[in-house]
Design a protein. Structure first.
Lengths: 420, 380
């Protein structure tokens, strides 16, 4: 090829600029949307409660005048959009998009709460709880994809964990259930690794098949066995445990320090995975396998073993996340109870740029949208609840479309490695 | 000995590339037969593990067979179940050929189906010859539009179609719930989300109701066969089909050859969506008569399995669709006769695909089957 490197660079730049322009246009449109839709209906003040009765430290309510806030938010959005459109700052694109979406959410929240009161603390706590399975699903994805294996089967692994947690938890108690959920998650991780590493099956097909298989198996057992022996589907639930002192911090205390085992576990695993992947020798090896397996192999790293190990670990994380559905919330298993959370976890992983902390952050965004939808149904905003329920998915599409140019997957992600 | 074996495998793989027709034929015969047998055996073991006794297992497999092909009614049910699976599976197969993994058939099917229902009850005055094709067209068009959102996103921004089609599926469930509660769509006098019925002159006519009014086989079966022929022609006899296959086999080479990648992606997704929409339309116009939440009943996901099982070849998809239709129809009989939950069929289907998609695994389980097979292949 006689391609001039200069033109290649120029083309990359134009691509970035076009994306920046595109983002700018979207932000300006969002500003218009905020003014036209939220502006006319905003009367009175929106009251956000920062503490609940019985809290150790009591804060006053946060009162926001609705109409001024919405117009300020809209002008900020318009400013961000115009800046992005005219200057086309490459570095600012994702930041502006993130900031812009946050502004829209805030404006929406104020508009929906106008003339009403709303417990911010409660919603943040719910956000954290709902983010847990998504964050753990995303973390499972990070573990697998950093080692170069695409894991579409997270959904199935969550479901398997939920099922095992309920079944074993009912028989021998919560801790046993949790442990076996982790083991079963790891088992399905191992099966996925065997299919894609040893038998070189297409990674996406293998994932889809595991999802189908787990869905079939768990639905079959729950309709064939659980319907007769109800005692097998009645597991104890891990109650929340308040960390002394820290749990009393206003607003974020209940969110972070008055939760059950799964929330603490998820936070600890995210920290652990970040340290492991980016600050240890084996983490570096895993990433090397995900980026350039041939080079890693040449240096004496056993590519197959690393992939088996990390996909199994990812499965264990997903199994732990799956146990949240039964042992962490309701104590009983229902058919297909994960409801696509594994796929949202996958989106959280991409949104979080294949980084554990990023995946947690993205999961919090999804958890926020999820809990928002629940709370807004109580406020009665006139927005059809179906559209509220859709909003996290639409946000996912926007985010994946808007950020993917900058988020780069591991280079060997999804490719089978054949040792020479 | 083992070196010999791997060498054989390598040369076989080379042979497969050199003469795809023969290798594909052999893969299409030997591997699926083994896959089905192993899946049935493992299904029986699953039943054993869940405390189903041996006579019941025998009875359930007999019921499976009888329910699938044992009577005219069974054959009619099998074909009826196969129609949407084959239609949607063809679309997915076309996407696979173009290198697109479209998980969104479920959503495209729902959107196409509801569009067909709305057109049907909105224009009840039109004659059958005009209204029925119009409904199908609406289904195909809306399915195509819904799918091309994901195609466009992939082409314009690089958003991976697996994520965007999954999200579009989840959106479509909510959107369908919303549409079904609209006063113009909801059946009057009902509080639950259910659409007005499709008028008789929009419905796909039943083919065998002159023998027995319970036979549900409808004219969609011709649509299915026509779609197989059209997709075959499109994929293997047109320039567009060549562009699809070239982009799927080697995107870089295709781009250097002047094939517009973005155009191929959007068009392949749109055609896949049109076929899924058609599947939804044939389901509401031929079987259900109205739309309810989740009327797709997982057909869009089963169709992924059908497309994989059919090796993304139109004729293979037809056969795989018929097999899955038979499992579906037989599974219902099995549930009635032997009291074994129809969810077992899901396990068997998943196992079949595992063994189909990982031929190395089948070779590992049945080495004798393949050594014999291999020696036949090596014969001049």
């Amino acid at each position: 090829m006689t391609a001039n490197p200069m033109t290649a660079v120029a083309r990359v730049k134009t691509g970035h600029e076009r994306r920046a322009r595109y983002t700018g246009g979207v932000l300006v449109l969002l500003a218009l949307f905020v003014v036209v839709v939220f502006g006319p209906g905003a009367y009175g003040d929106a009251t956000f409660r920062l503490s609940r009765p019985g809290d150790a430290v009591v804060l006053g309510d946060l009162v926001v005048p609705a109409a001024p806030f919405i117009y300020v938010a809209a002008s900020l959005l318009a400013f961000l959009g115009a800046r992005q459109f005219l200057r086309g700052g490459v570095r600012w694109t994702s930041l502006s998009l993130g900031l812009g979406l946050a502004l829209v959410v805030l404006a929406f929240l104020v508009w929906a709460t106008a003339g009403n009161a709303f417990s911010l603390t409660g919603m943040l706590q719910a956000t954290m709880v709902r983010a847990v399975p998504i964050a753990l699903g995303g973390l499972a994805g990070v573990m697998c994809e950093r080692a170069g294996v695409v894991n579409i089967a997270i959904e199935g692994m969550l479901l398997a964990g939920a099922f095992t947690g309920a079944l074993v938890g009912s028989v021998i108690g919560g801790w046993g259930g949790l442990l076996s959920a982790v083991v079963i998650g790891g088992l399905f991780g191992f099966i996925l690794a065997a299919l894609v590493v040893t038998y070189r099956m297409d990674q996406i097909i293998a994932g889809v098949v595991i999802n189908l298989f787990v869905l079939g198996l768990t639905s079959y057992v729950s309709s064939q066995v659980f319907s007769q022996y109800r005692g097998l589907n009645n597991a104890p639930v891990f109650r929340s445990w308040k960390v002394p002192l820290l749990g009393d911090i206003p607003v974020i205390g209940p969110m972070l320090f008055n939760q059950n085992l799964f929330v603490y576990g998820a936070l600890a695993l995210v920290a652990l995975a970040t340290y492991y992947l980016f600050h240890t020798r084996s983490g570096l090896r895993a990433r090397a396998v995900g980026e350039h397996p041939r080079a890693a192999d040449t240096l004496g790293i056993n590519v197959y073993r690393i992939r088996y190990l990390h996909v199994t670990m990812g499965g264990m994380v997903a199994g732990f996340g799956g146990a949240w559905f039964t042992l962490g919330s309701v104590g009983r298993f229902d058919e297909d109870m994960t409801g696509g959370r594994g796929f949202i976890g996958l989106a959280a992983m991409i949104f979080g740029r294949w980084h554990p902390v990023g995946a947690l952050g993205a999961a919090l965004v999804f958890g926020f949208a999820d809990s928002l939808q629940q709370k807004l149904a109580l406020l009665g905003t006139g927005v059809p609840s179906e559209f509220l329920a859709m909003s996290p998915y639409i946000a996912t599409i926007i985010v994946v479309a808007g950020l993917v140019g900058r988020a780069r997957p591991p280079a060997a992600d999804g490719k089978a490695y054949v040792k020479e | 000995m083992t070196t010999q074996g791997t060498l054989d495998a390598a040369s076989r793989a080379l042979l497969k590339r050199a003469a795809p027709g023969r290798a594909a034929f052999e893969d299409l015969v030997v591997v699926p037969v083994f896959a089905v047998i192993v899946a049935l055996v493992l299904g029986a073991l699953t039943m054993l593990a869940t405390d189903v006794d041996l006579p019941t297992i025998g009875r359930s497999y007999v019921a499976l067979l009888v329910g699938a092909v044992g009577s005219l009614n069974a054959i009619s049910e099998t074909l009826t179940a196969a129609i949407p699976l084959v239609l949607a599976g063809l679309g997915l197969a076309l996407g696979f050929r173009a290198g697109l993994f479209n998980i969104g058939a479920e959503g495209q099917l729902l959107m196409g189906g509801i569009a067909a229902v709305i057109v049907g009850f909105s224009l009840p005055g039109l004659p059958f010859a005009l209204l029925m094709p119009l409904c199908l067209l609406a289904g195909a068009l809306v399915g195509a539009l819904y799918a091309s959102i994901a195609g466009w996103l992939r082409a314009a921004t690089g958003a991976h179609e697996v994520i965007s089609t999954i999200m579009l599926n989840l959106i479509s469930y909510r959107l369908l719930d919303y549409i079904l509660r609209l006063p113009t769509v909801q059946l009057s006098g009902r509080a639950d989300p259910i659409s007005k019925p499709v008028p008789l002159n929009a419905a796909l006519p039943r083919l065998l109701d002159w023998i027995d009014p319970n036979l549900r086989l409808h004219a969609g079966v011709f649509l299915m066969l026509a779609a197989v022929a059209v997709v075959y022609w499109l994929l293997f006899r047109t320039k567009l089909g060549f562009e699809f296959r070239a982009s799927g086999e080697n995107p870089d080479a295709a781009r250097y050859a002047g094939i517009r990648a973005g155009w191929v992606i959007v068009l392949a997704m749109a055609i896949a969506g049109a076929l899924a929409g058609l599947a939804g339309a044939s389901q509401v116009l031929g079987v259900l008569g109205r739309a309810t939440p989740g009327f797709s009943a997982g057909i869009g996901f089963d169709a992924i399995a059908v497309a994989l099982l059919g090796r993304s070849h139109p004729v293979g998809v037809l056969l795989a669709g018929l097999l899955f239709g038979a499992l579906e129809a037989g599974g219902r009989q099995m549930q009635v006769d032997a009291g074994v939950s129809i969810d077992l069929i899901g396990i068997i289907q998943a196992l079949i695909i595992v063994f189909i998609a990982a031929p190395l695994l089948v070779r590992a389980i049945f080495p004798w089957g393949f050594r014999r097979h291999g020696s036949e292949e090596n014969r001049p």
